[in-house]
Write a protein that binds this ligand. Structure first.
Ligand SMILES: [Zn+2]
Length: 114
């Protein structure tokens, strides 16, 4: 699976409001940012999986009223996303992933569940 193929698959999943991630079939490591090799063991035996869209805030920063968070998903991978609702952001707050279309691109955002 090449990088272009991974990006294309990701885009397709985003359009279907699904958060994808990559699983290494050799060592079982899970990661989000597209790579054609496992960052843990170097294997190229990878598959794209679908996340259930639930996770929690691992860490966050606020800049210009935007909240950026590292979200730890239930499946065990982390990714970086903008938080849509600013209410009561905090470490370990539960979030679900929501999708927003901006400038013809659908991208995942985190939404805090209170
Ligand atoms: Zn691996």
């Amino acid at each position: 699976m090449g990088l272009t193929e991974i990006y294309n698959q990701y885009e397709k999943y985003f359009k279907g409001n699904i958060l994808p991630y990559i699983k290494c079939n050799n060592c079982n490591y899970k990661f989000y940012y597209p790579r054609d090799m496992c960052p843990e063991c170097g294997s190229d035996n990878l598959s794209i999986e679908k996340s259930n869209g639930n996770g929690k805030i691992y860490s966050y920063t606020v800049s210009n009223k935007n909240i950026w968070a590292i979200i730890e998903m239930n499946e065990g991978f982390k990714f970086y996303a903008n938080i849509t609702n600013s209410g009561t952001v905090d470490i370990n707050k539960r979030i679900t992933i929501t999708f927003i279309n901006k400038n013809n691109k659908t991208l995942p955002y985190g939404e805090i569940q209170d």
